[in-house]
Ligand binder design. Sequence first.
Ligand code: ADP
Length: 541
Amino acid sequence: MDGLMMNYPLSLVHLLERVNQLFGKVEVVSRLPDRSIHRYTYAEFYRRSRQLAKALTDAGVQRGDRVATLMWNSYRHLEAYFGIPACGGVVHTLNLRLHPSDLGYIAKHAGDRILIVDDVLLPLYEQFKEQAGFERVVVVGHGGQGAKTGLDDYEEFIARGEGDFEYPKLDENEAAAMCYTSGTTGKPKGVLYSHRALVLHSFAFALPDAFGVAQKDVLMALAPMFHANSHGIPYVAVMLGTKLVLPGSQVDAENLLELMDSERVTVTTAVPTVWGIILEGLEKNPGRWKLAPNFRGLAGGSAPPESLLRRLDAQGVSLLHLWGMTETTPAATVSRLKSYMRKLPIKQKYAVRCRQGWPLPFVEMRAMAPRGEAPWDGETAGELQVRGPWVAASYYNMPEEARRWTKDGWFCTGDVCTIDAEGFMKIMDRSKDMIKSGGEWISSVDLESALMDHPAVRQAAVVAVPHPKWDERPLAVIVRKEGVVVAADDLRSFLSQKFSKWQLPDAFVFVETLPHTSTGKLLKSSLREQYKAWKWETPGS
Ligand code: ADP
């Protein structure tokens, strides 16, 4: 027997209507490329998003058509986030940090018809426009200069959409947004988010036991809106009607901390590399910025080292750790102490907070070892597989990647993890980054986190290098803190407090900088390539 409830679609259109009805007075604050601040209200956002939806419809955008954005985080990007899906289109966020040839490939593969681009990014657009073949390009002019390129100007374009607009009747399973993985491991792959997935992800994200967001919070979308939906923040803000801060292109400590302080930001998310930059800003300028007393940070995208959590705590910034992927919208797990863990000794609490945590409601996870599902014992490692309503069921137009899904419907993440008896998942490594030494696996992430705890280390990467006897051995690449001297032997003996001898890196290399991906993660593939011919001092030992 079916329940007798309405079949009401979970769509972004409802969020757009609701924010105007209830929270029209709340502000959206953007930092523009010239550093000036732009402010308007959700009522204004609503009016302009609908204008964009109408202008796109009049321009021939049909249900399911992809409209790409090449933009920094700003109010006009937010309008694209809602205006494009409101007319039945799919907002495809292009990652402006990718190589132009990748961008050309992605836009072509996605079949993007229209592009909305910040004028400051036109030089980048020029480099892939031939390959991409957009039918129409709309330029967002900053500093009131408008487009001087013969292309459509965004303000003029949406002005044409003034007047009544009727939303198409959208099904909640229709696509609303699209984002390609940044290709850290292999070719970029398109993830197509449905209205339903984005809405349910927002609900779960805001829960008190997830990231605990309320209308009175001030959210900052610090993660780029072109990467994994800015960790979901724009959708959560509009759903709850919270004040939203969009920091634009200037993501240095000075600009970010000033905005966080002046706009009284209470919640933001970033990758650990960016938290490291913020931390250095706070430590170098004691008392200069006053963050809101209930400020909470969320870190995801790679594993935050324990020292980062400890040092941020000392600055009054509590960092909550989440795990997720472009394919999981992205938030899937959160590491929160359970009620009966509050009395644990400090050291153990940090150990728990460093784990990637337990799944949000409706996300399921398992670790698959070669002989079947690994027990939840905190020791047996396996590949992390997940499923749930905001986990991708396939990639866009890439049948050759179907092997990423198991026959029984789980997504294979490519991460290796353990799960303990409390259900806390711990990422050991990406399977491609694990180091296979004499038949045993060594986790590069564990070594890196431990190295970052050393007071002389600013950044650390550990990679597998081929070895004549052991297959692979770990090599550590270290960036030292300014003006500090530390030798390989110091680091080796520091690590030996935590690791067995066979797990210790055989070589330490000191460098000025480490390569990072477009989303601020260590680019291990490039380091592996760089050091692949490393001459071990005692080959065969
Ligand atoms: P990319 O493949 O370009 O890195 P994503 O941003 O989707 O794309 O990255 C997802 C991956 O990032 C995960 O598979 C995992 O390896 C890593 N990751 C995400 N969050 C964490 C975390 N909290 N700890 C460790 N690794 C993480």
